[in-house]
Design a protein around this ligand. Structure first.
Ligand code: HEC
Length: 119
């Protein structure tokens, strides 16, 4: 009876110890990956970049020969790899008039690295 109680207490304290050390490890990992920043989101960061630089052709009704619309989260996140490739291309950039500035291009890459959050 006495030893059962002891084992129970031991198991309980191990569980508590595990939980608390796990969550602080997770927090630390997240801080190291992304020091001092919050994750970028479509609503907060990306929508306006696409709106200012792409939607005159890739609008809800595409124009000027653009093959698709880039006006919703699903459309933009679904094509993020082609968007990154073409915005960074020096030989056939998007927009066709020339590359947008490198900090905006870096933000699109960062959004992908942060996990393509919507908001
Ligand atoms: C002046 C009109 C215009 C603007 C502005 C424009 N595009 Fe395009 N886009 C096109 C046309 C036309 C095509 C098809 C021809 C081609 O691929 O070059 C195209 C094709 C694309 C493709 C598909 C090509 C592929 O290789 O898969 C992507 C992705 C794309 N655009 C992304 C963008 C993004 C992102 C922006 C803004 C940063 C943008 N476009 C701005 C006209 C435009």
């Amino acid at each position: 009876m006495k030893s059962t109680k002891l084992i129970f207490m031991l198991a309980l304290s191990l569980m508590i110890f595990n939980c608390s050390s796990d969550s602080s490890d997770d927090l630390k990992e997240e801080e190291e990956m992304n020091p001092g920043t919050t994750a970028l989101t479509y609503d907060g960061d990306i929508r306006s970049i696409i709106n200012n630089n792409c939607n005159q052709c890739h609008g809800s009704t595409p124009s000027n020969g653009a093959p698709f619309s880039l006006t919703t989260y699903a459309q933009v996140s679904g094509r993020v790899d082609r968007i990154i490739a073409r915005t960074n291309s020096s030989t056939s950039p998007m927009p066709p008039s020339g590359q947008i500035n490198s900090s905006l291009r870096a933000m699109i890459q960062q959004w992908k690295d942060d996990g393509l959050l919507e908001n």
